[in-house]
Design a binder for this molecule. Structure first.
Ligand SMILES: [Zn+2]
Length: 363
């Protein structure tokens, strides 16, 4: 099979490929059904595949579609891992847990967010505590998320945002847009007011499959930041903290969102930091794999357009269809060279994780 054939054209095809590949590889499957439906009225599910001994001490966990439409990328690596014969080569006392479409709604509807318009990767805050305040978002809200949308408005707001990104200190404008906000349910990078379905589901999956694991590696697949096709490994936390230092020791080229080494702004309520705490019974080593697609300004415009469509527009219109094509391209480069880059870096990252987990198992 070619590398390109691991990747799908839409969410239903991705799910079908994942389930078929997992079955053929001998993995056990389970599904969690989302309350919403897809564009053709289809069921939306997060599918879970487990391969290896039930009581394995070490578990490699891969996650796709945390940000919905970014799911094409991680799904392709997950399917390919099953299809490429690697299933037969798991180290002893080691299992693989692949979680497909953490946010199936966003995957199916080509949105980054969930059925609640929530960005899962800003949703992992303690909702009993005061929520983070993003002053920059409040200040620039009408520029970031205008009520009207046209080519002219897109061009004009994009150029004003680019000017502010240039003029303000590094990451100030990017942070205003993307670090997360908890006040505007119709805005972008909204963290929500309660744990999302996807967060609760992921926690249930972890409870069910990872309770007795001693060593866990987590790889969460994302797209939309950085040079096209390059996979940045973003560690959890900061240099000097045990989890980040271990990830650097494993992979050697890990960045941090907290020390300006990453293409990402510092963020509130991220899933990975919460998961390392949630799974504190085990030694957790984690990385985000963040692959570039298009230039940042283009990705942000696509996101802002999609948010306008969700809040004010009509999906069944020329502008609606055009925005959806733009959103898909911002998160998925549907070309063989890009898929090959995704695959090589993804597999390299997973094989290093499996080797390190195995080394820990023997010691
Ligand atoms: Zn993402």
């Amino acid at each position: 099979m070619t590398i390109a054939s691991y990747f799908a054209n839409d969410y239903p095809e991705a799910r079908e490929k994942f389930i078929a590949a997992a079955k053929d590889a001998g993995a056990a499957l389970e599904r969690y059904t989302n309350p919403a439906k897809g564009p053709s009225g289809e069921d939306l599910t997060t599918d879970v595949a487990w391969l290896g001994p039930q009581d394995a001490s070490s578990v490699l966990v891969t996650l796709s579609g945390t940000h919905g439409a970014e799911g094409f990328c991680g799904s392709g690596v997950q399917v390919g891992w099953f299809r490429s014969g690697r299933a037969a080569r798991l180290p002893p006392d080691t299992a693989l847990l692949q979680i497909h479409a953490v946010n199936p709604f966003g995957f199916a509807w080509l949105r980054r967010t969930t059925e609640e318009n929530v960005d899962i990767n800003r949703n992992y805050v303690d909702f009993d505590e005061p929520l983070p305040v993003n002053e920059g978002y409040l200040k620039y809200r009408n520029l970031i998320c205008p009520d009207q949308w046209s080519e002219e408005i897109a061009a004009q707001t994009t150029s004003e945002i680019n000017r502010l990104i240039e003029e303000l200190p590094p990451m100030v404008m990017q942070g205003a847009i993307s670090s997360g906000q908890y006040v505007d349910p119709n805005g972008i990078f909204y963290g929500g007011q309660r744990p999302s379905w996807s967060r609760l589901t992921t926690e249930s999956i972890f409870d069910r499959y990872l309770a007795s694991a001693k060593r866990i590696a987590l790889i969460d697949y994302h797209t939309g930041l950085g040079p096209r096709g390059y996979g940045e490994r973003i560690g959890v936390g900061s240099p000097g903290e045990a989890a980040w230092d271990r990830s650097q020791n494993w992979w050697g080229d890990v960045t941090s969102i907290h020390d300006a080494s990453s293409t990402s702004a510092p963020l509130h309520g991220t899933n990975m930091e919460a998961w390392v705490r949630y799974l504190s019974h085990a030694e957790v080593t984690a990385t985000v794999l963040e692959y570039g697609t298009q230039p940042l300004s283009q990705v942000l415009t696509a996101l802002r357009a999609d948010n306008w469509l969700h809040a004010h527009g009509d999906l069944d219109s020329d502008v609606g269809r055009q925005i959806k094509r733009q959103a898909r391209d911002a998160f998925y480069q549907d070309s063989d060279d890009w898929k090959t880059m995704i695959w090589s870096r993804g597999i390299d990252t997973q094989e290093i994780a499996l080797a390190r987990l195995a080394a820990g198992t023997r010691s």
